[in-house]
Design a protein around this ligand. Structure first.
Ligand code: PEP
Ligand code: CO
Length: 421
């Protein structure tokens, strides 16, 4: 472990402080009600599926959702992927039973292997290096795709994948894309030189992951020569999970010491005192964009648990971004033994999140979701009505159940409507 961490400490940063500061500014706009946040991607990235196609498809669905949010709300969407480093998983139990055998839990490709053998489940420090290099090549591709044509608004139709296009949501998206085309043609006809407008052809896209394995994060934490400040250069944004947000714990201590934008998950047991103390610790300067609180309460709890937190943070004057993670509070095991989530619960939690913000006069800043562009069957319901019996068809996630491409687009339209209202 020491050898590997020393090696990583000597490798170049994956992201750069000026980019990190730009993300803080962008999130600052969300805190000030001038933008919305879309944070999305895998529950756990994998070493095994790391082709160019897989990276491009994951970007495609996020671009598609973002354009729906922006077109409907008239606000820019700050796009942050759970990508290029989302390799570590907190687990509730140190062991799990796979095919009748008790094994050490899978903790993400950063730590051990998903294969159901005792050997694979041993922690292997060389995985940290592999994660670093995979993150670097994922970032390289993301930078090329967002800067070089793929994210061009003129290609807005091409973000609709074939299996999505034939669905009602896909058709709705086609109509929206057609309107955008028409608006672009209109601008051109009016004499606007759309070719020279960088913002129409490129997009800003940031990466994030849970800062769970602190040795890895620390090895990539560097002093910015321009400002003398410390930045974790493993990602633009990192977040603290629901299981590690202990005020006296190492994860909070680490996050308090870096200048990146920080996320912190909040489950239904979070108290007003804890949350205010976390804000004081993580955002003592009350800087808009520094802290994003990611509520993951569960559809049944959100309207009870969230409002007191919203009021307390507001009254303390912390300019946080509030995001809704409608996934992690709604997980259950199906009768067929699959970890799953109901699409209806996911939408219900988002609606409850907006309702809570309406009541306290605060800004429902955005959403944090687990998704894939693939046509998987991991979450129940949605347009194509995935039933319990169908979960086994294409259940591919390494950890939590993700929305598929259609469900993701459906969710974007629902959030857009809530934002417009
Ligand atoms: C996650 O985001 O994958 C996760 C484990 O979330 P939480 O910490 O909210 O349970
Ligand atoms: Co998850």
């Amino acid at each position: 472990m020491e050898r590997v961490l020393k090696e990583i400490s000597g490798l170049p940063p994956l992201v750069f402080p000026p980019e990190i500061r730009d993300l803080t500014s962008a999130l600052g706009l969300v805190a000030q009600r001038r933008a919305v946040l879309l944070q999305a991607g895998d529950c756990a990235e994998s070493f095994a599926s790391h082709g160019a196609d897989s990276v491009r498809e994951r970007l495609r669905v996020i671009l598609q959702m973002a354009v729906v949010l922006t077109y409907s709300s008239g606000l820019p969407a700050v796009k942050i992927g759970r990508i290029a480093g989302q390799f570590a998983k907190p687990r509730s139990s140190p062991t799990e039973v796979v095919d009748g055998r008790e094994l050490p839990s899978f903790r993400g490709d950063l730590v051990n292997g998903v294969e159901a053998t005792p050997e694979a489940r041993l922690a292997d420090p060389d995985r940290l290096l592999r994660a670093y290099h995979q993150s670097a090549s994922t970032l390289n591709l993301l930078r090329a795709l967002t800067g070089g044509g793929f994210a061009d608004l003129a290609g807005v139709h091409s973000w609709n994948q074939d299996f999505v296009r034939s669905s009602p949501q896909g058709a709705r998206y086609e109509r929206l894309a057609e309107e955008i085309d028409r608006a672009l043609r209109f601008m051109k006809a009016c004499g606007v030189d759309t070719r020279s407008q960088r913002v129409l052809h490129e997009t800003d896209f940031w990466v994030s992951h849970e800062a769970l394995v602190l040795g890895y994060e620390q090895a990539l934490t560097r002093v910015d020569s321009l400002t003398g400040d410390w930045y974790d250069t493993s990602a633009h944004m990192v977040w603290i999970g629901e299981r590690t947000r202990d005020l006296g714990g190492a994860h909070v201590e680490f996050a308090a010491g870096i200048c990146n934008p920080i996320g912190c998950k909040l489950g239904p047991s979070a108290t007003v005192e804890e949350v205010v103390a976390l804000c004081d610790r993580l955002d003592p300067e009350r800087k808009p964009g520094r802290l994003t609180l990611i509520a993951r309460m569960g559809a049944d709890q959100v309207t009870r648990a969230l409002p007191p937190l919203l009021r307390a943070v507001r009254d303390e004057g912390h300019p946080v971004v509030w995001a809704c993670d409608p996934m992690h509070g709604n997980t259950f095991t199906s009768t067929t033994g699959r970890k799953t989530r109901r699409f209806d619960d996911i939408l219900r939690e988002i609606a409850g999140f907006f309702e809570a913000h309406d009541a306290s006069g605060t800004w429902a800043g955005g959403v944090h979701v687990e998704l894939t562009s693939d046509d998987v069957t991991e979450c129940l319901g949605g347009g194509h009505e995935i039933l319990e019996a169908a979960l086994d068809d294409r259940y591919e996630t390494m950890c939590d159940p993700r929305l598929n491409g259609r469900q993701s687009l459906d969710l974007a339209f629902s959030v857009a409507e809530l934002l417009r209202r």
